[in-house]
Each structure stands twice: as structure tokens, then as C-alpha cells.
Design a protein around this ligand. Structure first.
Ligand SMILES: *[C@@H]1O[C@H](CO)[C@@H](O)[C@H](O)[C@H]1NC(C)=O
Ligand SMILES: *[C@@H]1O[C@H](CO)[C@@H](O)[C@H](O)[C@H]1NC(C)=O
Ligand SMILES: *[C@@H]1O[C@H](CO)[C@@H](O)[C@H](O)[C@H]1NC(C)=O
Ligand SMILES: *[C@@H]1O[C@H](CO)[C@@H](O)[C@H](O)[C@H]1NC(C)=O
Ligand SMILES: *[C@@H]1O[C@H](CO)[C@@H](O)[C@H](O)[C@H]1NC(C)=O
Length: 376
């Protein structure tokens, strides 16, 4: 009996240890030497699965959403896109269609036209790179230290995009509560490239507060991309002055909440828009977010020209245990996704004059820095 029990415990322990840790769900942990920040990643999607920083009391909190079982990044039909690198083309592509060189209203039977499978708004557009975008691909580790990990992905003309793209994503932590992500991609043929890092934040980690409506937000932007009912750009911009989109002066996310009904689409309350940054140098934070409850403050600087802010109206996914799961779910506005990105669907909006076509001799890259501190 004892032997059977011992064998059972051994097998159970073995299963527990190996469960979910095989590639591509292998976990890599990086920590800054001063203990200010610890991040965990899986190869699948080069995805961040946990991010621990210290609150104003000196206690560490895991401030990003995710799963306890990371294989749900692949299998969860809701596909909320928890903290991966998104590509080859993030956000939406009108009717899944574009041409090279780009044209307005590219028709599927036109010259040099590409059609990507549509997966959003009942087939009216492509979201986040197609049916299986880079966030659901098996990246591989090419180098790793105690403070840094670099993943690689080869996209061999997947999802109908032209040419092969070889992409590297490096995540690094530094003393003083700093996380830095850099991406670099090369392509064998002319292709659109627009990558983002799709992180869902709750700076209280569901301790002392259950939503992000009282988080303070600053966005260094005076214009938002106007979109149609499929959330693809009309070509116009909205001046944020005298609208709920105005976060040039810091305010709580929920301050104009009653005025946000319908702003993120039909039947949706809150935000899901692309803000174009005013600054043309990346040294200044594009976004600042903090919570009085935890005192955790985040400053984001980036080389990207824009940012998508989504207050997660459609979310309904069991929480990690550390956030009170699995009986409680992540639901509407329990988190805010902040995605550093390019001008959305510029490949179908030639009037903007924004060039997102890369290829031989023209590499794609950016870096984003997340700096944590505390407010008292
Ligand atoms: C969208 O793409 C499909 C498939 O290629 C095509 O049949 C349809 O005409 C396109 N719709 C528009 C509005 O261009
Ligand atoms: C990625 O890994 C998953 C899980 O092991 C596997 O089911 C899938 O087939 C892999 N995808 C590719 C493209 O190799
Ligand atoms: C693209 O990738 C595929 C799969 O690895 C390979 O067979 C092909 O030779 C590559 N093409 C180019 C132009 O690099
Ligand atoms: C928002 O609307 C609700 C319900 O209509 C109302 O009770 C509340 O007072 C409003 N809040 C503000 C700040 O206007
Ligand atoms: C939590 O989310 C899961 C998956 O979407 C769903 O099946 C379940 O009903 C949700 N629970 C609640 C209480 O809404």
C-alpha cells in the first residue's frame, strides 16, 4: 500500500512538474539582480506569462493577466491574446486584403493583391495576423541569460502573406524595475510588417480592487484613428479635445465612463482605439498608468508611432489562481490592454503616406521600455 501510494505520489509529482513545461510552453524566468522585477515567458508566441513588480508596501504583485495552464494560449477558443508578440500584421486588415504597392480599396482580383483569411467581424476583416498569427506559433529560444531571453520565429509565407519573415524578440529586465522588449524582422520579399506586444495590465493584481476604472492614465496623443463598424480606419482622425479620448492630462480611466457607451463598437462600453502619439522622439513616455491602491506606476516609452488601448469589454476567461481564479473570471474592464503599434491598417489607407512595406534591404524593428516605480 505504502509502495503503491509512494509510486502514485511520484507519478503525480512527475506529472505536475512536467505538465505544461514542455516546449513550446517551456517557462523561462528572468530577474533583475536588485530583485525589483521578475518576468516569466513561454516560447509559444514569445509570450510573457507573469510579471512581478513591487508595490508601495514592498510586496511583489503579478500585474499581467494570463492562464495557470499556458497551453490555453493555443486552445482557449476565446483567444484573448494574453501578452504575446503579435504579427505578421497586428490589429485589423480590411477584408483581409491588401496590394503591394498599396492601393485604396484593393480588390481581390486586382494585380499584386494578397488575401489573408478573415477571422473577425463575421469575416469582414483579419485580426492579429490571420487564423494562426505569430502569437499562436512555436517560437524557439536562441539565447538566454539570467536577465534576458531571445526568441526566434520563421514565418514561411504563412496565412497567405508574401515571402518568409525571420523574426527575433528579446525580453530583458534591468535594475530599477525595467522591462525592455525589442523586435527585429527581415523579409525575403516585399511584405507588410506591423508587430505589437499585446499586454493586459491590472496594476493592483486584483488585491484591493477588481477593475481598472480607478487606474490613472496619461496618453501623449491628440488624435485617435476614426474607424467604421468593423473597426477598420475610415482614413479620418478624431481630435481628442472635449471627448472621452483626451488623456493628455492624466485622468482616471473611468472618469468619463458614462460617455464611453458605444465608443468601442456596438454594444461595447469603454475604449478600443488607436491613439497616434504626438511626440516624435521616443525618450518621452507615450503612456503612463498607475494605481493608488498598489501604488504601482508604469511608464512606457517606445519607438512605435501609435498605441491601441483596449479596456477589455469582451473578456470572460477564468483567472490565474494568483488573481483569485479559477472560480472568478477576468471580465469587462478588469484589465487594460496597451499595445504599442503602428498606424492600424495603413496598408489600406494610402492617403496617410505611412510606409509599412518591408523586404530585402529594409528591416523592421522597434523597442519598447516598461519602467516601474511606486507612488505613495
Ligand atoms: C472581400 O474579399 C472577398 C474574398 O477575396 C471578395 O470576394 C469580396 O469581394 C471582397 N469584398 C470587398 C468589399 O471588397
Ligand atoms: C506547436 O506546438 C503545439 C503544441 O505542442 C503543436 O500542437 C503544434 O502542432 C505546433 N505547431 C507547429 C506549427 O509546429
Ligand atoms: C522560406 O522558408 C521555407 C521553409 O523553411 C524554405 O523552404 C524556403 O526555401 C524559404 N524561402 C526563402 C526565399 O528563403
Ligand atoms: C453614470 O450612469 C449611472 C447610471 O445611469 C448613474 O447612476 C451615475 O451617476 C452616472 N455617473 C456619472 C459620473 O455621471
Ligand atoms: C468563465 O469563463 C468561462 C470560459 O469562457 C465560461 O465557461 C464560464 O461560464 C465563465 N464563468 C462565469 C461565472 O461567467
Amino acid at each position: 500500500m505504502v509502495q503503491i501510494l509512494t509510486a502514485f505520489v511520484f507519478v503525480a509529482t512527475f506529472l505536475h512538474v512536467s505538465y505544461g513545461v514542455e516546449w513550446p510552453f517551456d517557462i523561462t524566468t528572468i530577474s533583475a539582480p536588485d530583485g525589483s522585477i521578475t518576468a516569466k515567458f513561454v516560447s509559444f508566441g514569445a509570450t510573457m506569462t507573469e510579471l512581478w513588480v513591487k508595490d508601495k508596501f514592498g510586496n511583489a504583485r503579478d500585474i499581467i493577466l494570463g492562464y495557470d495552464d499556458n497551453s490555453e494560449l493555443l486552445t482557449d477558443p476565446a483567444h484573448p491574446v494574453f501578452n504575446p508578440i503579435v504579427g505578421r500584421y497586428a490589429n485589423r486588415i480590411k477584408n483581409g486584403t491588401f496590394s503591394i504597392p498599396i492601393t485604396q480599396n484593393a480588390q481581390p482580383d486586382g494585380p499584386n493583391v494578397y488575401h489573408i483569411p478573415t477571422n473577425d467581424h463575421d469575416g469582414q476583416d483579419t485580426l492579429h495576423g490571420g487564423i494562426y498569427g505569430w502569437d499562436r506559433r512555436n517560437w524557439t529560444i536562441v539565447s538566454k541569460t539570467k536577465t534576458s531571453v531571445t526568441y526566434h520565429h520563421l514565418d514561411a509565407a504563412d496565412e497567405g502573406f508574401p515571402g518568409n519573415v525571420s523574426a527575433f524578440a528579446t525580453h530583458t529586465v534591468e535594475n530599477g524595475g525595467i522591462l525592455k522588449t525589442t523586435v527585429h524582422a527581415t523579409a525575403t520579399e516585399l511584405t507588410p510588417l506591423m508587430l505589437t506586444q499585446h499586454i493586459y495590465w491590472n496594476l493592483d493584481a486584483f488585491q484591493g480592487s477588481q477593475d481598472i476604472l480607478s487606474h490613472h492614465l496619461h496618453v501623449d496623443s491628440s488624435k485617435v484613428v476614426a474607424v467604421d463598424s468593423n473597426a477598420v480606419p475610415t482614413g479620418d482622425f478624431i481630435d481628442v479635445a472635449d471627448t472621452p479620448f483626451d488623456f493628455r492630462t492624466t485622468k482616471k480611466i473611468g472618469d468619463a465612463w458614462n460617455s464611453t457607451v458605444g465608443l468601442c463598437g456596438d454594444g461595447c462600453q469603454g475604449f478600443d482605439s488607436c491613439w497616434i502619439y504626438d511626440h516624435d522622439e521616443s525618450a518621452k513616455p507615450g503612456v503612463t498608468l498607475w494605481s493608488d491602491v498598489s501604488g504601482i506606476k508604469l511608464d512606457i516609452t517606445t519607438e512605435n508611432p501609435a498605441v491601441q488601448v483596449y479596456t477589455a469589454f469582451w473578456l470572460n476567461t477564468p483567472r490565474k489562481v494568483v488573481h483569485g481564479g479559477p472560480s472568478l473570471n477576468y471580465t469587462k474592464w478588469t484589465a487594460v490592454a496597451i499595445e504599442q503599434e503602428g498606424y492600424i491598417d495603413a496598408i489600406n489607407t494610402p492617403e496617410w503616406g505611412v510606409d509599412q512595406i518591408y523586404g530585402p534591404g529594409k528591416d523592421y524593428s522597434w523597442s519598447s521600455t516598461y519602467k516601474f516605480s511606486t507612488v505613495h
